[in-house]
Write a protein of this length. Sequence first.
Length: 204
Amino acid sequence: MKTELLDANETGAIARAAALLVAGQIVAFPTDTLYGVGVNPFDATAIERLYVMKARSLDKGIPILLADASDLTRVAAAVPPLAQRLISEYWPGPLTLVLPKHPDLPANISPNANIAVRIPDHPIGRQVIRQAGGCVATTSANLSGEPPTATAAAAFAALENLIAAVLDGGPAEHGLSSTIVDCTVDPPAVLRRGPIDLEALWAA
């Protein structure tokens, strides 16, 4: 497979990346934290292809990125009040929430009844997601065990000839994976530290 390198500033590049995602292909694109590599979250075959391409363990689910909060009910079966407060405070941004998985999602997107979700604070990333249908199953743009990538050049070098395209939207702002909070347990649990200050998080 020859990987396309698309410049987000060129006419039609974002639409091309979105069309490839809709067609079941794997595409890398920028977010506010790192570059992500994603597929259509409702396409079980595409999800399997993403696991195989990354050599990712099946016990690690694929998070979903949204363009808008209105799409959350398509991927989450419930949104607890605490999650709603965190969404109001931190979305779009580098906070991923673990929520109950919607039954319409393929079983292979996660190994349990939950799904990780967030809205990235990146205009190009959100445009791609929106044009691809509003939701993209996305993990870091690298092979499992290798360093994550924060630029299109690094993502291309890591995944060349393994994915359909890399959309260059400039370097990722944070260069650090998002904070993850599990909202399916009481009290909620921080599963991964990231750019968000934890004291501010709990205050919210």
